[in-house]
Design a protein around this ligand. Structure first.
Ligand code: NAD
Length: 361
């Protein structure tokens, strides 16, 4: 396929195993890439999601020991093993722990695999956030994309570390109780420290930013909207002004700096914006940083950022596919993913200003 720069761009064939919250989004994101083709998705049952995928022209592959698809009216193109043989890379988006069970299927086929943050980090040769450590994943057989909260933190800390050096990073993660379909999760009416001590997210971030001193604590609240992170970063060589700090952050395509003049003051507003923009599944692939919360006192930067737990890992999965298949360098991959998904696109507000703070604001 010809690329935008006139060269020839290869197309990578990709399969997705596990077609739930993350798998559906990754499958659609793969379909929107100019250098990828979605060969199919593997599911365990012929439910509504299977029917919708079939209607959208996505080939379905049967997962699990028992073929529940036969006689369902939803045809399959084969099994997981067939899918894995037909692709250059597979994205495993099955529930936590199931990826580890699937690992040998991918290894036996010699197909590189991208796993999710619910798996133990020992499943992969490297954990992954494109902005932090793309290079570590290039040409490897098994990569693990960080969890949603850890991805949001790594995306913020990587450019801060590059620009100013991060001495310490401390974050309190106000975590959504569950995704919209997870009716068995909660709390319904409580505010729950979870866990009481340090949360695992810091160690996760340190897998892609080794040597950084990160600590995280978590609180679960009754919402399915988004996570809200309160972040405090001690900088080694801080910028001269908060304006420069904001400029550094706003130069990052996957960090949206949101000005309250745009009317966006919380996670509910973000959902409304995503609806107005008709973003697919009302997703925010970017970290949503509340611009006025960004402060700088001495060498300490503090801010609030909202993380859409259902979608911030999606561009990372796309980049991870390019890394394991050696399709592009990190910067090129991120730019292509961003362009294909429409990352960073927000409307001009009634105040005449873009919702995103411009670099000279
Ligand atoms: P999900 O439950 O929404 O989707 C998983 C899907 O995989 C389900 O449809 C399930 O039926 C299917 N499945 C189960 N066993 C299977 C098998 N053997 N083969 C094929 N499909 C199988 O889960 P999710 O929220 O999409 O999470 C997937 C992974 O992504 C987990 O590791 C999770 O920790 C991680 N993750 C989730 C979120 C989130 O907020 N939902 C965010 C970031 C990362």
């Amino acid at each position: 396929m010809p690329s935008h720069d006139g060269g020839v761009r290869v197309t990578r064939d990709v399969g997705v195993v596990g077609y739930g919250t993350i798998g559906k989004r990754v499958a659609d994101a793969v379909r929107s890439q100019p250098d990828m083709a979605l060969v199919g998705v593997a599911k365990r049952s012929p439910d509504y999601a299977a029917a919708v995928a079939h209607d959208a022209g996505i080939p379905l592959y049967a997962a699990g020991e028992e073929d529940r698809f036969s006689g369902s009216g939803v045809p399959t193109a084969g099994t997981v093993a067939d899918l894995v043989e037909r692709v250059d890379a597979v994205v495993d988006a099955t529930p936590s722990g199931v990826g580890a069970d699937n690992r040998d299927i991918y290894a036996d086929a010699g197909t590189p695999a991208v796993f999710q943050g619910g798996e133990d980090d020992s499943i992969a040769e490297t954990s992954f956030t494109a902005r932090a450590n793309y290079r570590d994943a290039v040409g490897t057989d098994r990569v693990r994309v960080l969890s949603c909260n850890a991805t949001g933190l790594a995306r913020l800390l990587a450019p801060l570390d590059e620009a100013y050096g991060v001495e310490t990073a401390r974050a309190t993660l106000v975590r959504r109780g569950g995704d919209p379909g997870q009716t068995d999760r909660g709390p319904i009416n409580d505010i729950v420290p979870d866990p009481f001590g340090e949360s695992h997210h810091a160690a996760d971030v340190e897998t892609v930013l080794p040597g950084m001193d990160v600590r995280t604590r978590g609180v679960k609240v009754p919402t399915d909207l988004m996570h809200l992170q309160s972040v405090r970063v001690e900088l080694v060589d801080p910028p001269a002004s908060v304006r420069l700090l904001r400029r550094t952050l706003s130069a990052e395509s996957r960090l949206l700096l949101l000005d309250s003049a745009s009317g966006i003051e919380g996670c509910g507003d973000l959902l409304d914006v995503a609806r107005d923009l008709e973003r697919p599944r009302t997703d925010f692939w970017e970290n949503c940083v509340f611009a006025e919360s960004v402060s700088l006192e001495g060498g300490e930067c503090t801010l609030f950022q909202a993380i859409d737990q259902e979608s911030d890992v999606v561009p990372e999965n796309v980049d991870a596919v390019r890394a394991v298949t050696r399709t592009a360098a990190g910067r090129e991959s991120r730019a292509l993913t961003d362009r294909s998904l429409g990352i960073g696109s927000l409307p001009t507000t009634g105040t005449g200003r873009r919702a995103t703070v411009e670099s000279d604001d």
